[in-house]
Design a protein around this ligand. Structure first.
Ligand code: FAD
Length: 216
């Protein structure tokens, strides 16, 4: 199946023509974004926490200190994950029709701590490689103490939706005659020139895989 099934939870209601349930689109958005927001219920109250994620096939991976509320509350619990890539500011002729262009994803599922040691290492690797492909083999691996302090969780990606807005403003017919500028201000995430750590050992060059960093 190339598409996630649509149900009462993941069905986009308003402006449903912007909805996309294809695995390809949803995976692309997850992979391009550097971080997500995870919604949990803690003591009967909703809390949303930003964190780094990665995707391993049809699993969303995230990690954190064992002691963190996000980790403790997520294990064996239903969570909601959102990811947003902002692509533009849409300036309309009326305030009402101002909006944003975006690609966003909402995921629902039950998270669980990964206990298998090999799977855990794969998950840590996936998170590192998600941020910078090539980095896993180019830094010290986690030691016993670090591994003990950190939990890594997985959530199946099977209840998902994407919503994509990519358009010029849609104004009221009469408003097109108004003397206000309308259009789009594109938003592009850019990455600067890498800067050496002041404590960097002499003779260490910037690795090739970190040159011209981009995520498109
Ligand atoms: C950057 C940004 C700015 C936005 N600004 C506004 C705003 O100012 N006002 C406003 O009303 N809406 C805004 N939206 C759209 C908003 O995310 C919802 O789509 C909107 O509230 C309509 O939801 P609904 O009532 O149709 O569906 P809901 O009942 O809220 O959601 C039903 C299901 O649809 C899916 N869904 C809903 N929204 C999204 C989404 N964005 N991405 C992926 N899946 C989704 C989920 O699976 C959800 O469970 C914005 C979105 C983004 C990304």
């Amino acid at each position: 199946m190339n598409q996630y099934s649509i149900n009462s939870i993941n069905k986009v209601k308003r402006i449903s023509k912007k909805a996309d349930y294809s695995k390809k689109t949803i995976h692309q958005i997850i992979d391009e974004a550097l971080f997500c927001h995870i919604g949990i219920i803690h003591n009967d109250k909703p809390i949303v926490i930003p964190t780094i994620h990665a995707r391993m096939d049809d699993q969303l991976i995230f990690h954190g200190a064992n002691a963190s509320r996000l980790i403790r509350t997520s294990d064996q619990s239903n969570i909601c994950v959102t990811i947003t890539l902002l692509d533009g500011l849409v300036m309309a002729r009326s305030h009402f029709h101002h909006s944003m262009n975006y690609r966003s994803v909402v995921l629902f599922g039950k998270a669980e701590i990964i206990s298998d040691e090999l799977e855990r290492m794969d998950a840590f690797k996936a998170i590192t490689e998600h941020v910078a492909p090539g980095r896993w083999n180019d830094a010290r691996k986690p030691n016993e103490v670090e591994l003990k302090q950190t939990a890594v969780l997985k959530m199946p990606i099977d209840n998902a939706s994407a919503k994509i807005s990519a358009k010029f403003p849609t104004d009221e017919d009469d408003d097109y005659a108004l003397d206000y500028w309308a259009g789009i201000i594109p938003v592009n995430q850019s990455y600067g020139e890498p800067e050496n750590d002041p404590d960097l050992k002499d003779g260490i060059e910037l690795p090739e895989y970190l040159k011209n960093y981009t995520r498109d």
